[in-house]
Ligand binder design. Structure first.
Ligand code: NAP
Length: 219
């Protein structure tokens, strides 16, 4: 399994404002870069916090246009939500469309919620008793042929992935805007590290739109 984390942050490292709703940080050139990343992976992962805040569809920005123009049959990546209690709304955009949607959930998820999501077309992966065990869940995804994952946030999920030593690469678009706010989500939230901080090696720096993309490999 290869895991790339990609997100856009303000100049002060926030994923969003304290209102925790999606705010455009990059621009068209960065959207095209993200589309290229999405085209190279088998699955795109977000946490339930991001689904509830932004209702993302997790399809490529160019996918609809491409289908309209050429009727392309390229298999889209699976959409994957880390959602311990199966709180994903059954009308969420992540469940709309043809590509497979996995809900990574835990044994703590109420059976009726799991049934509702299955009826809405999701494939459920149960791993962990109270919270999604990401290591086990990713192994189960691998058994389903998913080898490359793109993680698109948010900060709670990204912390757990670093904590579980699951991240191979990190790419961050840093935009030319300041959000501020001690309660605004940052790139890596969770409890935070006090020791054994993950170390990174800078692999690329690219100016894009009015910001910069920083790429690291995780040591
Ligand atoms: P998040 O990371 O998307 O989701 C966190 C939730 O995932 C947890 O509360 C937990 O809920 C669930 N989860 C399941 N298993 C987990 C595990 N092992 N470890 C951690 N979480 C697990 O939510 P967030 O940190 O609140 O981020 C949402 C914010 O980020 C929004 O404001 C959104 O707009 C922003 N965002 C920005 C970008 C960007 O690129 N700028 C990208 C994405 C999101 P359960 O316990 O119920 O499962």
């Amino acid at each position: 399994m290869h895991v790339l984390v990609n997100a856009a942050v303000s100049a002060d490292g926030k994923l969003s404002s304290r209102r925790r709703k999606q705010i455009p940080i990059s621009g068209d050139d960065d959207f095209a870069r993200v589309d290229r990343l999405r085209a190279e992976v088998d699955g795109i992962v977000v946490g339930i916090g991001t689904v509830l805040a932004d209702d993302p569809s997790l399809v490529r920005h160019d996918e609809v246009r491409r289908r309209d123009r050429r009727g392309s049959n390229v298999e889209p990546p699976a959409r994957i939500v880390a959602d311990s209690r199966s709180r994903t709304p059954s009308n969420a955009d992540v469940l709309v469309g043809d590509s497979t949607t996995y809900i990574l959930t835990s044994e703590a998820a109420p059976p009726e919620r799991r049934d509702t999501l299955r009826e809405a077309g999701a494939t459920l992966v149960v791993a962990g008793s109270d919270r999604v065990d990401l290591v086990e869940a990713f192994e189960l995804l691998e058994d389903d042929g998913i080898e490359r994952l793109l993680i698109e946030g948010g900060g709670e999920l990204i912390f757990s992935l670093f904590e579980s030593e699951l991240v191979d690469e990190l790419a961050v678009y840093v935009g030319s805007v300041v959000f501020g706010g001690r309660n605004a989500p940052t790139l890596v939230d969770g409890e935070g590290f006090t020791s054994a901080f993950p170390n990174l090696q800078l692999s690329d720096v690219e100016r894009l739109d009015s910001g910069v993309v920083l790429s690291w490999t995780v040591l």
